[in-house]
Design a binder for this molecule. Structure first.
Ligand code: BGC
Length: 556
C-alpha cells in the first residue's frame, strides 16, 4: 500500500523554519482536521491539496505551525485514527506527493508542520493484524474467561462503549481500548518499537517538524491486565490512574522518542518536537510527559475543562504553570479540538465568552493550540441527523469523548450545555469549514460536504468576516499579530494583579490582561490603554468599565 514519491524530497529548510531557539515554547499551532478543512476535488471530503491551497490563509491568520490530523491509509472506522499503512496517504486525502507538496509549501511560507502518529493501536486492516501469527505477537490477545472462554479476559470497557475485548473466530480475544477496528498494539514486543521509530524517520525525512502523539498515555498496560471493578470507566479517564492509561511504563517510550527526535534535529539543524495527547489525573502527572528527556509539549486539557469562573480558571492556570515549571517545559493551552464541543457552545453557548477565553489563552505564557473554525466563532452543530453521523461511539452507545476525559460531562458546562457534543458525540465539532458564499458548502469545495453545514453560516464564512473589525476572525488576527509584536509575551513571565470578584488580572511583558467572567459590566481603575478587547471596553477618566464576559489587553 505504500506509495512511492515521484521525486523524493530532502527535508525543506525555508527561512523561519530552521532550528530557532526552542520555537515550540511559544508557538501558536493550528489544528487542521483534514477531512473538514478544504476539499479540492469535489468529493465533499477535505484533502491535502485543499489544505495546501489554504495555507496562505493560515499564514495571514498569524499562526506558527499547523498540525494535520491523520491522513494515512485507513478504512476510516475512527476518522483515520485507525491506520492501515503509516507510510501511505489515503486516496481520500490525496497522495504522498500531495503531502510532500504541502510540507514544502508550508515551509516556504514559514509555517511548520506537525503530523499525528497513532501508536496505541492500528487498524484491524493493518497487515500485522491480518496475519494471525504476527497478530498474536504484536497485539494483545488473551484467552477468555468462563467455561469455554466465552467471557472477556477482564472487565475493561472501550472508551467508545461496550467491552474493550472482541472475540475472534479462533476463540481468543483481542484488546481494543477504542473501536474493535482499532486493536491495541503489544508494546512489550521490541518489533513494535522498531517499527514506530522507522515510521517517525519516514515522516521526518519528508520534512515534518514534529508529531502529535495520539493516546500517548495508553501504550503500556498494567502487568496481568487486572480488573478495575468499576462500571462507568470512561468517567474515570483522566481522574485516576487506570491499568490501561497513564502507566509509568509509557515514559520509557517517550524517552526513546526524544532521543530519536533530538538526534534527527541535531543532524539536520532543526528542532523537531513531540506533543503528547495524554490524559493524566493531575497537572503533576501530566508534567512527567514533558520532563527534559521526554516529549516537548503535552496538551493541557485541565484548562480546556475549566468552567468559566475566575477562581477556577486561576487555579488551573497556576497549577499548569507550576507543574510545567517544575520540569522546565513550556505550558500549552487549548480550548477546542476535534474530540470536544467547540468552546463557543461549551462555554454556555456564548460567543462573548468564547472570544474572551481565546484572548485569555493567547495572553498566557507558553504555546497555544487553535482548532480550525474557532477563529470564525463556529458553534457546535447540534442537530445532525442520525443517518449522517460517523463517530464510531455513536454506533457503540458509548461516550466518544471519553477520550477527552472527565471534563467532557456537564460539570464543565455550568450552564447545562453538555460538553460531550450532540448526545455526547463528536461529529458536531467536525462539520466542514465555511469559507465563502451564502449557501452550503460555503466554498468548502466544488462538491458538497461530508457532514451537512447549517443553513445560517453565511455570516460566519472567512470571506464574510475578513475586514470586519468586529468579527471573531479579525480578533484572532489582531491577537496573533500583537503576540508577535510584543517580545516576551509568548514565553515570558506572568504575575497576578489585584482584581474585583469574578475578574482576573495579570501582567505579562508589555501588557496587562483583564478577564471579566461575570455576565455584567464591572468597573475598576483603568489599568492602562486598551490594546485589544473581545468586547468594546469604555474608559472614562481613571475608570474602566469591563463588559460582561470579556477580556482586554492593556498597554502598561
Ligand atoms: C483522538 C481521537 C481518537 C482516539 C483514538 C484520540 O486521542 O484524538 O479522535 O478517536 O484518540 O485514536
Amino acid at each position: 500500500m505504500t506509495q512511492e514519491l515521484t521525486s523524493p524530497s530532502p527535508a525543506p529548510q525555508a527561512a523561519g523554519t530552521g532550528r530557532g531557539p526552542g520555537w515550540w515554547r511559544d508557538a501558536v499551532i493550528y489544528q487542521v482536521y483534514v477531512r473538514s478543512f478544504a476539499d479540492s476535488d469535489g468529493d465533499g471530503i477535505g484533502d491535502l491539496r485543499g489544505a495546501r491551497e489554504r495555507l496562505p490563509y493560515l499564514k495571514d491568520l498569524g499562526v506558527d505551525a499547523v498540525w494535520l490530523t491523520p491522513f494515512y491509509a485507513s478504512p476510516q472506522a475512527d476518522g483515520g485514527y485507525d491506520v492501515a499503512d503509516y507510510r501511505a496517504v489515503d486516496p481520500l486525502f490525496g497522495t504522498l506527493q500531495d503531502a510532500d507538496d504541502l510540507i514544502r509549501t508550508a515551509h516556504d511560507l514559514g509555517l511548520r508542520v506537525i503530523v499525528d502518529i497513532v501508536p496505541n493501536h492500528t487498524s484491524d486492516r493493518h497487515p500485522w493484524f491480518q496475519d494471525p501469527e504476527l497478530a498474536r505477537q504484536r497485539y494483545l490477545f488473551r484467552p477468555g474467561k468462563g467455561e469455554s472462554g466465552e467471557l472477556p479476559p477482564n472487565d475493561w470497557e472501550s472508551v467508545f462503549g461496550g467491552p474493550a475485548w472482541t472475540r475472534t473466530d479462533r476463540g481468543d480475544w483481542y484488546l481494543h481500548l477504542f473501536a474493535p477496528e482499532q486493536p491495541d498494539l503489544n508494546w512489550d514486543n521490541p518489533e513494535v518499537h522498531t517499527e514506530f521509530e522507522a515510521i517517525m524517520r519516514f515522516w521526518l525525512d519528508l520534512g515534518v517538524d514534529g508529531f502529535r502523539v495520539d493516546v500517548a498515555h495508553g501504550m503500556i498496560k498494567a502487568p496481568g491486565l487486572p480488573d478495575i471493578g468499576h462500571g462507568a470507566q470512561a468517567q474515570l479517564i483522566g481522574a485516576q490512574v487506570l491499568p490501561f492509561f497513564d502507566q509509568d511504563g509509557v515514559h520509557a517510550i517517550h524517552r526513546a522518542w526524544r532521543r530519536l527526535l533530538d538526534g534527527y534535529g541535531d543532524a539536520h539543524g532543526k528542532h523537531v518536537i513531540g506533543v503528547a495527547e495524554a490524559w493524566a489525573p493531575t497537572s503533576e502527572r501530566l508534567a512527567l510527559y514533558v520532563r527534559p528527556d521526554e516529549l516537548h509539549q503535552a496538551f493541557n486539557f485541565q484548562f480546556l475543562n475549566a468552567p468559566w469562573q475566575a477562581d477556577a480558571l486561576r487555579s488551573v492556570i497556576d497549577a499548569s504553570l507550576a507543574a510545567t515549571a517544575s520540569v522546565g517545559a513550556p505550558t500549552t493551552w487549548v480550548l477546542s479540538n476535534h474530540d470536544v464541543v467547540r468552546h463557543t457552545t461549551r462555554l454556555g453557548g456564548s460567543l462573548a465568552r468564547a472570544r474572551a477565553a481565546t484572548l485569555l489563552m493567547l495572553a498566557l505564557p507558553g504555546s497555544a493550540y487553535l482548532y480550525q473554525g474557532e477563529e470564525l466563532g463556529l458553534p457546535e452543530v447540534t442537530d445532525l441527523p442520525d443517518e449522517v453521523r460517523q463517530d464510531p461511539a455513536f454506533f457503540r452507545g458509548g461516550r466518544a469523548t471519553g477520550a477527552a476525559g472527565p471534563g467532557t460531562d456537564t460539570e464543565a458546562a455550568p450552564d447545562g450545555v453538555a460538553a460531550g457534543g450532540q448526545d455526547g458525540f463528536r461529529d458536531g465539532c467536525r462539520v466542514p469549514l465555511p469559507w465563502s458564499g451564502e449557501l452550503p458548502p460555503y466554498g468548502f469545495g466544488p462538491g458538497g460536504s461530508w457532514l451537512p453545514q447549517p443553513a445560517d453560516w453565511g455570516g460566519l464564512t472567512v470571506a464574510a468576516q475578513t475586514g470586519n473589525p468586529a468579527s471573531t476572525l479579525e480578533l484572532y488576527r489582531a491577537a496573533l499579530e500583537l503576540r508577535r509584536r510584543l517580545p516576551g509575551l509568548g514565553d515570558g513571565t506572568m504575575s497576578w494583579a489585584p482584581a474585583p470578584d469574578g475578574v482576573l488580572a495579570f501582567t505579562r511583558p508589555g501588557l496587562l490582561c483583564t478577564v471579566n467572567t461575570q455576565g455584567h459590566d464591572v468597573g475598576l481603575p483603568a489599568p492602562g490603554t486598551p490594546l485589544l478587547s473581545s468586547a468594546p471596553v469604555t474608559v472614562d477618566g481613571a475608570t474602566a468599565q469591563l463588559p460582561g464576559d470579556s477580556c482586554t489587553w492593556w498597554a502598561i
